[in-house]
Design a binder for this molecule. Structure first.
Ligand SMILES: [Mg+2]
Length: 249
């Protein structure tokens, strides 16, 4: 029996890290969408889903009525309504909370002596609605330079430790190559899985989660707390094998 909902992590599962999904993956996903409901969950915002995944569908949205996108680890859930993506729900930070986070960054920069780079691409601190994201070189920085900014995470470790002191009631975590994400506590892949269950009225026991980081400390590990059945993969090629198995079932 094919699961009623198959949930995929994106980076390292459907695509190589920070890369675009290939043609075969898109064909397999489209075949799967004809048989069951599919969701993709990632810590990234919608722009990342567009750049890494949706772009590969080349504008062909057939069967997208069965596709759900859980961005920001399920902080926002999107469904495709006819022609466009619409938010089913969105976790938001209040204005007071955003102000508190802005103040915490200011204090943290002072206390740690952190000086933003002279050139910032896009925004240093970005309000994403349900999440505030700091990007060391700015939200629009090219990946090649980003990779060199904090490869050992040392810069961000200092900032994260200090931010946590000021924001104990929030989730403060490192994401991507240069970023620090701040959101309400408890928004992780377990939250995303539970929201999918609630909004799609599908029991978690009828779902399958496929991810490359289900190991302890990995960014898919949280999903296991929900009791969902999981399959761990080592990369997109491995994921394709599982989709082929599912298509035969
Ligand atoms: Mg991953």
């Amino acid at each position: 029996m094919i699961p009623q909902l198959v949930i995929f992590d994106m980076d390292g599962t459907l695509t190589e890290s920070k890369s675009v999904a290939d043609t075969e993956m898109v064909e397999l996903l489209r075949a799967l969408l004809q048989k069951t409901t599919v969701a993709v969950i990632s810590g990234g915002a919608m722009a990342r889903f567009e750049e890494q995944l949706l772009v590969s569908f080349l504008g062909d949205t057939s069967h997208f009525e069965n596709l759900y996108l859980a961005t920001l680890n399920g902080g926002i859930l999107y469904s495709h309504k006819g022609v466009a993506w619409e938010k089913i729900y969105e976790e938001v930070l209040s204005d007071d909370e955003k102000q508190k986070i802005a103040d915490a960054f200011k204090k943290t920069f002072e206390e740690t002596g952190f000086k933003p780079e002279a050139t910032i691409y896009g925004m240093l601190i970005e309000d994403r609605g349900g999440q505030v994201t700091f990007s060391g070189l700015g939200s629009e920085a090219p990946l090649e330079i980003k990779k060199m900014w904090d490869p050992d995470r040392a810069k961000r470790t200092i900032l994260v430790e200090e931010l946590k002191k000021h924001l104990p009631e929030f989730e403060v975590r490192m994401g991507g190559t240069t970023s620090i994400d701040i959101s309400h506590k408890g928004i992780d892949k377990a939250y995303g899985v539970e929201k999918l269950s609630e909004h799609l009225s599908i029991s978690i026991s009828e779902m399958l989660f496929i991810g490359d980081a289900l190991y302890p400390g990995g960014n898919d590990e949280a999903a296991k707390r929900t009791g969902i059945e999981t399959r761990e993969v080592i990369g997109p090629e491995d994921t394709k094998k599982i989709i082929k198995e599912l298509l035969k079932s």
